[in-house]
Design a protein around this ligand. Structure first.
Ligand SMILES: Nc1ncnc2c1ncn2[C@@H]1O[C@H](COP(=O)(O)OP(=O)(O)OP(=O)(O)O)[C@@H](O)[C@H]1O
Length: 727
């Protein structure tokens, strides 16, 4: 912890006595737990303090905040801070974002702004600052936004025309003199829309001074006499008032109509929002009745309030089952994802209870809920924003030339991470919490590029499960479609679909060129059942060497998740173990390849068991079809006797009498009544790896249709002997 910085903040807190209690205390970690405080990466310094609307009172004590010499962001907006602009803020040399608006500061602005070379955004509006606007502002070479509106500043406007970075400026409602300088005319109100540090509107105008009597008008304005000038002003005012009245009436009527329609957001407004982002005015109007605050979770470093959120520029990310998600960019350039829920059935208490459960989950593979909001008309959930997009967009988005394919390593990490996250969720609430909406658009990549799941636990607070929109239908377990009730086992099914998506690169429901609708689970089943060919795997994966076995193992895992009968699906925690074994085995193989006659390592044993057993059960489940479709049978007999037989010797086979005469494939067959335990079987299985490789190679030479994944269960070394073949 940065001890010095911490002490400075504690001193600040003791004197300022905020009315909203902050969880700052000596014993807790400032970087990890203190509300509104952000540290740098190595935790050695505090770089941001954001305390908007926490009820800070009185003057900022000297030598407190100013000791945070690494500070980049300072937001003390919407408090009751009084006194002069703190002179010692000049010590904050790195300051880039300064927000002191909506306080009761008075006195002059600092004379020398040039001490803050990195200053990017300054908002000192809505205070009682007086005196002139300092010329030194013109030396802020990085300034992008300057808001000094609603103060009592007087005198001329300095020449800020040389500030090429300046994008927003608001000097309105001051006692400034003189004509609007030319450089200021390059700020049309439209230029601020949607880019968001300062809300649109009022950017390029001077409003009339608040106190006309304080102003000493000059006798000539733009060369006109005072009377003519006044007449023009009155005429313009009448026109402006008429326009405002018209706009107001239109808005009022539209709002009425919308309310009459019964829905919280009408289709029309949705369309509009989709095109142009969330309409801030509408959003605000729905909040009017609610003076509730955003509820932040313990340890959350954000400290913006509802008002900040409403003022942020917003962009629709997408409309999902439970509502619409926006990207909101706050005044300090922090981006958050805000989910606006629709059709919440739960009352305030139940909703809050569920949010507390969700927000209480802190796990590297679960997207943390940072805050929520509940009012009669509006329910919001706030998350970190993931700039790289979801797994869905990484897999299916940008199929053009610039596409960066998702490599196998990353797909494995996504799968393992997401499984861990879901397993963690399933432990919550006495092991009863259900995610309820697992799909690739709800999985993101965490900082280690592992999967991280979002959007959990909402089914419990929503009105009856919505009819699936087609995107979601492909993930729903069959029993959920029938009963409209999700469970942990239906989560496993949905996760299996995500695995299939990662393996095939195909969406759960997609159309072929001939407009035929393909259901991914059914398609994979049919390919595997009828051909067992490499066609199933994403073509992008074929460029990576030596991953066939892993792909097949993952395919088997995925298929075990999407079986129809819920009870036959594995548990999430088992899936984590199985998939880790797939990855671990590779990790243990890659640095030190095993000798030809060496056995599998300890870590690989359970994995071999799994694959072996899974193949066996697959053969049985499909009524021996797997066995029938092979050319070479690895025959396992009791008491560790093994034979590798070509189809000519099929009389030795148990249960495969119908072996077809065409095609050559390889399979594994075990005696059904073999009751040896798994350890024995894996041991045996290792033995049979040795002779199989050269045999496969020979077979491949002779029979062109030999397919690589028929080598399931053989050792990795076989891939050196057998090249991949596709139909
Ligand atoms: N925290 C986030 N960061 C970045 N993008 C996000 C975030 N949360 C959601 N999104 C994206 O926003 C879009 C809409 O998300 P939303 O969760 O509302 O719908 P969905 O995932 O398509 O469906 P559902 O509501 O069923 O989960 C999706 O593309 C999603 O990937």
């Amino acid at each position: 912890d940065p001890a010095q910085d911490k002490r400075a903040l504690l001193e600040f807190l003791t004197i300022m006595r905020p009315t909203r209690s902050l969880n700052w205390n000596e014993s807790s970690s400032v970087c990890r737990t203190w509300t509104g405080v952000t540290c740098n990466q190595d935790g050695s310094r505090i770089v941001a303090v954001r305390l908007p609307g926490v009820g800070l009172n009185g003057q900022i004590p000297p030598n407190t905040i100013s000791r945070l010499s690494a500070l980049r962001v300072l937001s003390l907006r919407s408090n009751r801070i009084s006194g002069h602009f703190p002179a010692d803020f000049s010590e904050l040399k790195d300051l880039a974002f300064l927000y002191l608006q909506y306080n009761t500061f008075s006195g002059p602005l600092p004379l020398d702004f040039s001490v803050w070379k990195n200053l990017t955004s300054v908002n000192l509006s809505n205070n009682g600052f007086n005196g002139t606007i300092p010329d030194s502002l013109s030396r802020l070479n990085r300034i992008m936004s300057l808001n000094l509106a609603n103060n009592s500043l007087s005198g001329d406007i300095p020449d800020l025309g040389g500030l090429s970075t300046l994008q927003h400026i608001d000097l309105s409602n001051n006692d400034l003199n003189g004509p609007i300088p030319n450089w200021l005319r390059r700020f049309p109100s439209s230029s601020s829309q949607g880019t968001g540090v300062i809300p649109p509107g009022d950017v390029d105008h001077f409003r009339p001074p608040r106190d006309e009597t304080r102003r000493k008008p000059k006798t000539r304005f733009f060369g006109l006499t005072e009377t003519v000038f006044l007449l023009i002003v009155i005429a313009i005012s009448i026109v402006v008032i008429a326009v405002l009245a018209f706009v107001f009436t239109v808005c009022y009527v539209r709002r009425k109509l919308r309310r009459g329609g019964g829905g919280m957001v009408s289709d029309n407004s949705n369309k509009m929002q989709k095109k142009g982002g969330m309409s801030p005015e509408k959003f605000v109007s729905r909040m009017e009745d609610a003076n509730n605050r955003l509820s932040f979770f313990e340890g959350c470093n954000y400290s913006f309030d509802l008002e900040d959120l409403l003022r942020a520029s917003a962009e629709v990310l997408g409309k999902g089952t439970f509502g619409t998600t926006y990207k909101a960019v706050l005044e300090d350039a922090t981006s958050v994802a805000v989910k606006r829920l629709k059709d919440v059935a739960a009352g305030k208490r139940d909703f809050e209870q569920q949010m507390e459960i969700i927000g209480g989950i802190k796990h590297e593979n679960v997207v943390e809920l940072k805050a929520y909001y509940f009012s009669k008309d509006e329910k919001l959930m706030v998350y970190d924003y993931f700039s790289h997009g979801s797994v869905a967009s990484l897999l299916h988005g940008n199929r053009g030339e610039n596409r960066i394919p998702l490599d196998w390593e990353t797909r494995m990490s996504i799968a393992i991470g997401a499984a861990k996250g879901i397993a963690r969720i399933h432990k919550e609430n006495n092991g009863k919490l259900v995610h309820g909406n697992i799909k690739s658009s709800n999985i993101f990549l965490n900082s280690e590029r592992y999967g991280c799941v979002s959007d959990l636990g909402l089914t419990a607070v929503m009105s009856a499960l919505a009819p699936p929109i087609s995107r979601q239908a492909g993930y729903r377990a069959p029993e959920v479609t029938d009963t409209r009730k999700s469970s942990q086992l239906s989560d496993v099914y949905s996760f299996g679909v995500v695995l299939l998506e990662l393996l095939t690169g195909k969406s759960p429901i997609h159309t072929t060129a001939g407009d035929e609708i393909i259901h991914l689970v059914r398609w994979v089943h049919s390919v595997v059942r009828e051909e067992w060919t490499a066609e199933v795997f994403d073509i992008e994966l074929l460029r990576y060497a030596n991953i066939e076995e892993e792909m097949v193992e993952m395919l088997q895992i995925a298929m075990s998740c999407v079986v129809k009968v819920p009870d036959q699906r594995p548990k999430m925690s088992d899936l984590v173990r199985l998939m880790q074994n797939v990855g671990n085995r590779r990790a243990s193989l890659e640095p030190k390849p095993k000798s030809e006659n060496g056995g599998a390592s300890e870590t690989s044993t359970p994995n071999l068991n799994f694959r072996f057993n899974n193949l066996e059960s697959y053969a049985m489940k499909s009524n021996g079809r797997f066995v029938q479709n092979v050319d070479v049978i690895v025959l396992q007999k009791k008491h560790r006797e093994f034979r590798i037989d070509e189809k000519s010797e099929r009389s030795d086979l148990h249960g495969a009498e119908e072996l077809e005469e065409t095609g050559f494939r390889i399979g594994i067959h075990t005696d059904e009544d073999d009751e040896r335990d798994e350890t024995d079987m894996s041991h045996d299985f290792r033995l049979l790896q040795r002779p199989i490789c050269p045999l496969l190679r020979n077979l491949q030479r002779r029979h062109k249709r030999l397919l690589f994944f028929s080598v399931v269960g053989s050792s990795r070394r076989c891939s050196q002997h057998i090249s991949r073949r596709r139909h």
